[in-house]
Design a protein around this ligand. Structure first.
Ligand code: SAH
Length: 230
């Protein structure tokens, strides 16, 4: 059991469903982010959205760990589907995550590799097992796959196919691997849940706008059930 648990999303819309559930909270500003402090059963939850992208996610994850002392970190949000069997609103648990836009191939490194780091960062087995248990008992289909993280919104079938092939990625988003690297470096267990808001193709921007709220809720409510059982 953890005394302090962090939950983060990238966009306000991704944490709003949780803020509505945890309507009793205290807000604190650190830098340009707001952190919501919540008493829940015997634990303290720290809830925040980072803003979009790897830099913001890394900062928020670092603040969660170094300032608030979270002992576990859960990401809840939406992603673009890369795998052809994924449909909008499907829920995905990240098995491992990579920074798909990292390219040091000029030095002979594989795509996604940074020296003293690794292409993939694996999520925590115990938290993932908890997620599977929640899915089973709620009778929710929880898919699992590799998450590709990059600082761009993918709405291009070629990029989509390339990252699916190179990294075996099931979904693409803009924060997960960044949070994962911070958690790995500080030895903090983490997991990443993402609901599919679009298929990273030509229709992605319109689909994203259409499904953001609904998808974000699916992931947030799932994470809430995980928190109830932690
Ligand atoms: N609507 C925003 C931009 C959203 S960026 C605006 O108006 O500026 C997309 C967000 O959702 C990111 O936080 C990312 O993690 C996730 N995401 C969903 N679909 C994605 C896709 N196809 N490519 C990359 N990120 C995606």
């Amino acid at each position: 059991t953890f005394k302090t648990i962090g939950v983060m999303g990238a966009m306000q819309e991704e944490i709003t469903p949780l803020l509505e559930i945890f309507s009793q909270h205290r807000a604190e500003k650190v830098g340009n982010n707001t952190f919501y402090i919540i008493s829940f059963k015997n634990t303290t939850l720290i809830l925040a959205y980072s803003k979009i992208g790897k830099v913001h996610a890394a900062t928020t994850a670092s603040i969660m760990i170094l300032r608030y002392g979270v002992e576990a970190l859960i990401f809840s949000g939406v992603a673009g589907g890369l795998a052809t069997d994924l449909e909008i609103n499907d829920l995905i648990l990240a098995t491992k995550l990579c920074q798909a836009d990292v390219d040091l191939s000029a030095f002979g490194h594989p795509l996604g590799f940074i020296p003293e780091s690794s292409v993939f960062v694996e999520s925590d087995k115990t938290l993932n097992a908890l997620a599977r248990g929640v899915a089973r008992s709620l009778n929710i289909e929880l898919k699992e796959g590799i998450v590709a993280t990059c600082d761009q919104f993918v709405n291009n079938p070629e990029v989509k196919q390339t990252w699916n092939q190179i990294f075996g990625a099931a979904v693409v988003e803009m924060e997960g691997a960044s949070m994962a690297c911070i958690c790995r470096d500080f030895n903090i267990p983490f997991c990443v849940l993402r609901s599919v808001s679009d298929k990273a193709n030509g229709e992605a921007p319109a689909d994203f706008d259409l499904f953001l709220h609904e998808s974000a809720k699916i992931s947030a409510h799932f994470v809430y059930t995980m928190l109830e059982r932690l």
